[in-house]
Design a protein around this ligand. Structure first.
Ligand SMILES: [Zn+2]
Length: 345
């Protein structure tokens, strides 16, 4: 038995030394110390030995087991160190390849910030298609039949739809307001929702106007709404977006779909009120038209204007972004010039 023990030791030591990977070492360990392993087999024989040799052999086999265990651990360490070694022709000083990561466009960032703010005030976010019809863009919104906005000088009508009327005459939405009627028609009162998106106007571009632009509208409709509640809402939204109190003023404004209507101006943050090209040298910039939905609009949406009233604002996302970063030309945000856009990551 002593001879067999010595044979197992020689065989085991050479196999452990020959193992080149952790997996191979694992296999060697199993053949020696596993359930069917040779050392384990020897241990099982101990109880059947003569009492005079039993204790001596027990000690020898256990010593061999400990010997193998420590050899295997030492070999495992060697293999790990070798695997981590760097190849001779590997140059650690060569600069690495920077992983490219994208970022949100500043207008998208602003849109998400407004989403968060409105959600925190209990509003739902509603989106609809960019293509709408004369019915939703104008008829439902109290635009008179001869209103100039209906002309193709202002609105992009879809080809082959010029001759139609109402729901059959399709266009790129010239504003988002039509979505308000669609939402009310398909939901139950009371209403608190926003409907952000892109709107399209057929007009020449300058520092403040683009043919496609983002708008962000918010509407509350309920049985009783104090005008002051709407004012508080606007104040809290602007201060959250800009992280400080922003000078704001309200003026009377006229839009076909509100009665009464107003314009909200904020102090120009590009020039600090001194006057610049963005604010047309007056120090204030129109940022939000709004008002109480016109009774005809509420009727078009299927609500009784004697029972329901509301508060509506249309937030100019582009203008807010220009104010946030002090950028005085809206076209820069549309230019897809990464040298410009990378500044807002
Ligand atoms: Zn200014």
């Amino acid at each position: 038995m002593q001879d067999r023990l010595e044979a197992i030791q020689r065989d085991g030591e050479s196999k452990i030394a020959a193992a080149a990977t952790i997996a191979q070492l694992q296999d060697v360990k199993a053949t020696l110390l596993g359930k069917q392993g040779s050392v384990t087999g020897m241990l099982k024989e101990i109880p059947g030995l003569e009492p005079s040799t039993r204790a001596q052999m027990g000690r020898s086999v256990n010593t061999l087991k400990d010997h193998f265990t420590s050899l295997i651990e030492a070999r495992r360490e060697e293999i790990s160190i070798k695997a981590a070694e760097v190849q001779k022709d590997f140059d650690l000083t060569v600069p690495g390849v920077m992983p490219r990561s994208g970022a949100l466009h500043p207008i998208t960032q602003m849109c998400y910030d407004l989403d968060d703010t409105f959600r925190s005030l209990g509003f739902e976010i509603f989106r609809e298609s960019d293509i709408t019809s004369e019915l939703y863009a104008f008829d439902n919104l109290n635009f008179p039949p001869d209103h100039p906005a209906r002309e193709s000088m202002d609105t992009y009508w879809l080809e082959k739809h010029e001759a139609g009327r109402g729901g059959d005459r399709l266009c790129l939405r010239p504003h988002l307001t039509g979505a308000s009627v669609r939402y009310i028609q398909t939901h139950e009162p009371p209403y608190r929702f926003v409907y952000p998106g892109r709107a399209y106007r057929n007009e020449s571009t300058d520092a403040r106007h683009e043919r496609a632009f983002f708008q962000y509208e918010a509407l509350i409709v309920d049985k009783e709404i104090a005008f002051s509640a709407g004012k508080v809402m606007i104040k809290s939204i602007l201060s959250k977006v800009f992280g400080r109190d922003v000078p704001v003023r309200m003026r009377v404004g006229f839009f076909p779909f509100v009665e009464p209507g107003f314009e909200i101006d904020m102090g120009c943050l590009v020039c600090g009120g001194a006057g610049c090209s963005v604010c047309k040298q007056v120090g204030w910039i129109e940022i939000m038209p709004g008002g109480t939905p016109h009774p005809n609009v509420l009727s078009a949406a299927g609500l009784d204007p004697d029972v329901f009233t509301g508060f509506y604002v249309n937030i100019g996302l582009d203008r807010l972004v220009m104010m946030r970063y002090g950028v005085d030309d809206i076209r820069l945000f549309r230019g897809a010039d990464l040298r410009f856009l990378n500044q807002f990551r």
